[in-house]
Design a protein around this ligand. Sequence first.
Ligand code: XMP
Length: 419
Amino acid sequence: MLDIHRFPDHPFADKLLQGIQGPAEVWMSHGDQVTGAAENFLVIGTTGTAPFAAVAHKDKPFFGIQLHPELTHTACGKDVLRNFVTNICQASPSWTMESFVEKEIARIQQIVGPTGRVIGAVSGGVDSTVAAKLMHEAIGDRFHAILVDNGVMRLDECANVKKMLVDKMGINLKIADASDLFLDRLAGVTDPEKKRKIIGNTFIEVFEAEAAIVDKECGGEIEYLLQGTLYPDVIESISFKGPSATIKTHHNVGGLLEDMKLKLIEPLRELFKDEVRELGRILGLDDELVWRHPFPGPGIAIRVLGEVTREQVQIARLADHIYIEEIKKGGYYRQISQAYAALLPIKAVGVMGDKRTYEQVIALRAVETTDFMSADVMIGAEWFLTLKRISSRIINEVKGVNRVVYDISSKPPATIEWE
Ligand code: XMP
C-alpha cells in the first residue's frame, strides 16, 4: 500500500500523486530496492517495504517512482501517468481516434502518391481488416488485398472474409487457395515449431507469388506492402530478436520483406489492440468483426495436436464452430478474450447407445485477458452449465469425438494455444 506524503507549500511536489487517495494499492517489483534518495529529493510516497517508492526533486520537475503504474493491479496507475503527462509535462490530451483517422489517411495518401499501389495480406482478423479498411479509405482500388487460404482456417472463413471485405467494404481482394500445398507440406509433421515454420515459410512463398501476379497485372506499380503490425508486435519482435528465448515463433512479423522489393506501410504500428478496435468502430466496421477473438497465423494446425491431416482439421473446425456459436448464443463472447477447440492426439473409451466407442478428445479453451501475455481461465457456475451443453452438442454432432474436456490452466505457466 502506498502512503502519500504531501508538501502543500512546495510549488510542484504534489503534482504527480495529485487526486490519489492514500493508502493506495500498488504493484512493485521487489527484486530491486531503492535504499536512499539523493539530497535534492523529497520523498512523496512510501510503502511498508519501500521507503523511497516515489520521490520529487526539490527544484526541478523531476520525479521518480518504483511502483508499476502500467499494471491493472495498480488501480491509481492511470492517474499517476495522467498527472505526469498533463500536470508535469503540460501536454494537452488532444489526441483522439477521429483525428488519428484523418491524419493517417492523409499520411498514407502522401506516402503512396496519386498513382502508387499497395498490396497487403488479410486474414479476416481485426488488425488486418482495420488496416485494409483504412488503406481502402485512403487510396481505394489502388490497395490490393490478398487472402491466402492455408487450409487451416476456421469453418467457411474464406467465404466470410469475401462477404465482409468485398461485398460490404468494396475492397479489391484476391483469394489464393493454397490449402493443398500447406496441408501436403504438413503431412507427417508433429513438432509444433516445425508446423509453425512450414506454415510461415509457405505463406511467404505463396504471398510473394500472388503479389508478383497482381503487380504484373497492374503494370508493375506496386511499391508498398501493408502490414497490420501493432505496438505489442513491435515490442515482442524486438524481444524475440534479443537474448530472450523464443517461446513460440510468431510468423506474422518480419520475414516477408527480406526478398520483396517493397517498402513497408504499418498504419497500426503505434496502437494497442483496444485502440485498433476503437479505430475499427470509427471506420464503421461491424461489431462482430471489431470484437472478434484473435486467431493465430498457423491456425488450426496448432490446435490439432500431433499430425495435421484434412480429417483432423475438419473435426477441430466443426467442434470450434459449435463452441463459438454456443458462446455467442449464451452472451459470453465479449467477456471471453479468446476461446477455441483443440483436438487432442489421444483416444478415449465411451459409450454411444449400447455400443462401446473408442474415439478422439476435444479440449475447450476459454480465457480472459487484456494483453494476452498472461491470461486467466474463464470460470463460473452458469458458464459450466453452458460448457456441458456444448460438450453434448460436440459429441452428438462431430463424428469421431466421444469426449470433451475443459482446459483450466492459466497463462503462465501454460500458454493460450496448446502448441
Ligand atoms: P500463446 O499461446 O503464446 O498466445 O499464449 C498468445 C496469443 O498469440 C496468439 N498466437 C499467435 N498469433 N501467430 C499469430 O498471429 C502465431 O504464430 C501465434 N501463436 C500464438 C494466440 O492465439 C494468443 O492470442
